[in-house]
Design a binder for this molecule. Structure first.
Ligand code: RAT
Ligand code: ZN
Length: 401
């Protein structure tokens, strides 16, 4: 059925709301992975985005804050950011969106009574996957953290929902220590890292490998022979390398996980990498607003480069609106528009709801323009496009069904 200007908005909204999502990058784990699986109101408040906001808005000292138990930390964040101040930031607004979705009223309620009500309503990851319409997601798995990696020694979790990725940052952050760990895990002492990755590959069946880089560390990937071997190995496995570019770790060490910031990156080197390894596939996201235009141009030049998501400091409504349009203007729908980066399962609800709220009016503008130019838009076209944007583009690039 061909749609008209009068009914296209509602149809589009329904399709966006009902289409299952594939989440390309998260920090989530299945419930069975104790100590790593995070759920619930307290964990939601103890998110490092909110911790950074708390520690900069108040005089609370970071080491004092981190010495508190989870409940005290969460109640402090609630009190400082939601009671003493107006919770307008994106991270605060996310918490409120989840409460609203769960029909939890805030009015005159204490922190602990909200916690109780929340915990009665959300009890498993299944609740969250249903509410957010996420059908499967990619975890961030560090093969050099043996405790975290022990997930792959067990089978009592859903491997169709929770897909693995190989996060290789440790090879850059502490090469000697990481090599030692890999040696301990492999009998073959030659080409240790690739041998170890091969072992991890058969244990976890990953869908990509990933690394976060900045100007200083990017050169290593281009010049180092071990990275050349890793890239050759990734190509042989048809695994993309996800490059998360422009982070500077520990800008404020005292803040811990909340202390990372923006670093520099030279995207000309990304272009060199794409040319030097034409058979490798690269998934790329950049942390700084400054790099977005050049990255989009590069995605028009290199078929082996696919842009994904609005990473971390980029994941703000004002920025997304502007950059999403620029990406569509230059690439059509050939990119992966979003990932959640969720660390607490419940965040899937707000991260995706917030994104859909931005996606709908922007897409509508493009479809209205096509209708104005007598280009027929059917429900099938809308469904095809939304399938691609919310899952197909990512899955096709990874070569999974
Ligand atoms: O967005 C975040 O939670 C950051 O702390 C990082 O984890 C980032 O997404 C990354 O994957 O390095
Ligand atoms: Zn992340």
């Amino acid at each position: 059925m061909i749609l008209s200007s009068d009914n296209i908005s509602k149809k589009l909204l329904n399709i966006i709301d009902s289409t299952p999502i594939f989440d390309l990058h998260t920090h989530l784990f299945p419930p069975k992975h104790e100590g790593y699986f995070l759920l619930g109101f307290k964990n939601l408040l103890n998110y490092h985005y909110l911790i950074a906001e708390l520690l900069t808005a108040t005089n609370i000292d970071a080491s004092t804050f981190y010495s508190f138990n989870d409940e005290k930390k969460a109640s402090l964040i609630w009190n400082e950011l939601f009671e003493k101040r107006t919770p307008v930031s994106e991270a605060c607004s996310g918490v409120l969106s989840i409460l609203k979705e769960l029909n939890i009223e805030i009015n005159n309620k204490s922190f602990l009574s909200i916690c109780d009500e929340y915990d009665r309503k959300i009890q498993s990851d299944k609740n969250i996957l249903d509410l957010s319409n996420v059908s499967s997601l990619v975890m961030t798995n560090n093969p050099f953290d043996l405790d975290e990696w022990s997930l792959f020694n067990t089978n009592d979790w859903d491997k169709k929902i929770y897909l693995a990725s190989l996060r290789l940052d440790d090879l850059i952050l502490d090469y000697d220590e990481t090599l030692k760990k890999a040696k301990d895990q492999t009998s073959n002492q030659e080409n240790t890292i690739v041998n170890y990755l091969e072992k991890c590959y058969s244990q976890s069946n990953p869908v990509y490998a990933a690394i976060s880089l900045n100007l200083e560390t990017f050169n290593t990937i281009l010049e180092d022979s071990m990275w050349r071997d890793i890239l050759v190995w990734l190509e042989s496995k048809k695994l993309p390398l996800s490059l998360m570019l422009g982070v500077k770790r520990a800008v404020n060490k005292d803040f811990g996980l909340a202390g990372d910031g923006i670093g520099e990156i030279n995207l000309k080197e990304l272009s060199n990498l794409c040319n030097s390894f034409p058979k490798n596939k690269f998934l790329v996201t950049c942390l700084s607003l400054n790099d977005q235009h050049e990255l989009t141009v590069l995605a028009r030049k290199h078929p082996n480069l696919r842009i994904f998501g609005f990473w971390w400091f980029m994941n703000q409504p004002t920025i997304i609106k502007q950059i999403l349009k620029m990406r569509i203007d230059m690439l059509g729908f050939s990119f992966i528009p979003q990932h959640s980066d969720a660390r607490v399962s419940d965040q899937l609800i707000y991260k995706w709801n917030h994104f859909k709220k931005i996606l709908h009016p922007i897409l509508l503008e493009y479809y209205q323009d096509l209708l104005d130019k007598n280009f027929p838009i059917s429900e099938n076209i809308l469904q095809r496009d939304i399938n691609n944007l919310l899952s197909g583009n990512a899955k096709n690039y990874l070569g999974i069904t």
